[in-house]
Design a protein around this ligand. Structure first.
Ligand code: ISE
Length: 312
């Protein structure tokens, strides 16, 4: 609410036109740079493939246009750093990153419970994340940067304020194809926070049963969980059953809408207030260490990071 779609870009112009028609008739482009430069475009949503995010984000930032950029911010910490440097140079927050779980009602309740201190000091984060396979074996790098990045960010978001940055990581995984050691069927990532708090992230690239995101936080005095399947629970004929969403668009539909609406409202107030470029950069520094650990087979330290004042 409160915005209109002025222009749509896709490399396939016919597809862009199809989407533009659904949005009430807007200009179509097959070149993102022309869309960003269009004077009628006040703000940009980037939902293109991961390797294109960083360059498009920098173009928006240099043009002074706010953007809601899908995660990951980039495909490496080095490229994420370039986006952050561009934003810091302009001295204005323009980017909100699409870590949509921050807008999921169940995740928000857990966040409020942890921040409110009811659980006592956090000791442990457990993240379980499943996907249905699309027929292609994925690389471990892609699993970490495209999928587990959500869990890396969620662990920071929930534990970071009390437990400090992630100091150390250890990645183990099972290849999807035995003679392709870089392929990944299942990954188990351990994180150790500066205070000694622990996290494990379990990512299953080919769960077979559906899309699921679960979170457990264990604190000194209690525990809180996101077990947020949205479908009905049924008890019938001696069985208890609950349907599992097949993919993230249905599981997180409300979160995506709240994310976009909060972004629009924050721009009306002057600048985005959701997940930031710093969040995107920090999660990629940790993701790069997870990839290094997957290669070395050893735990790896996470380099120290300094948060620019712009993100205080
Ligand atoms: C996708 O981009 C998402 O954001 C999903 O939440 C994640 O489960 C999936 O692996 C990603 O490809």
């Amino acid at each position: 609410a409160g915005v209109g779609v002025t222009a749509v870009m896709d490399v396939d112009l016919a597809r862009a036109a199809q989407v533009a028609n659904q949005c009430g008739g807007s200009t179509v482009y097959d070149d993102a740079n022309r869309l960003i430069a269009d004077d009628d475009v006040d703000a940009v949503v980037i939902a293109s493939p991961d390797p294109t995010h960083a360059a498009l984000a920098i173009t928006c930032i240099k043009a002074g246009k706010p953007l809601l950029c899908e995660k990951p911010l980039a495909t490496s910490a080095t490229n994420a750093r370039q986006v952050m440097d561009a934003e810091v140079t302009g001295d204005k927050r323009l980017l909100q990153l699409g870590f949509m779980r921050e807008y999921d009602p169940a995740h928000r309740q857990v966040k409020e419970t942890v921040d409110g201190g009811a659980l006592g000091h956090p000791l442990f984060f457990r993240g379980v994340h499943t996907n249905l396979a699309d027929g292609n074996a994925r690389t471990v790098d892609d699993v970490i940067v495209n999928s587990a990045i959500h869990d890396i960010h969620t662990a920071h978001w929930l534990l970071g304020p009390q437990c400090g940055p992630v100091a150390n990581v250890f990645t183990r995984y099972i290849p999807a194809v035995p003679d392709r050691p870089q392929s990944c069927r299942f990954a188990l990532i351990d994180l150790t926070f500066a205070t000694g708090a622990l996290a494990t992230i379990e990512f299953n690239a080919d769960a077979g049963y559906g899309y699921e995101v679960r979170v457990d936080i264990v604190g000194e005095k209690g525990a809180a969980s996101v077990n947020g399947l949205q479908e009905m629970r049924l008890r019938l004929d001696g069985l208890r059953a609950q349907w599992i969403e097949p993919e993230w668009l249905s599981r997180f539909d409300r979160a995506y809408i709240e994310e976009a609406q909060a972004w629009v409202q924050s721009l009306r107030r002057g600048q985005p207030s959701g997940p930031s470029t710093w969040d995107g950069y920090r999660s990629l520094v940790v993701a790069d260490a997870c990839i290094a650990s997957a290669r070395s087979g050893q735990p790896e330290d996470v380099p120290a990071m300094e948060r620019p004042a712009l993100y205080d």
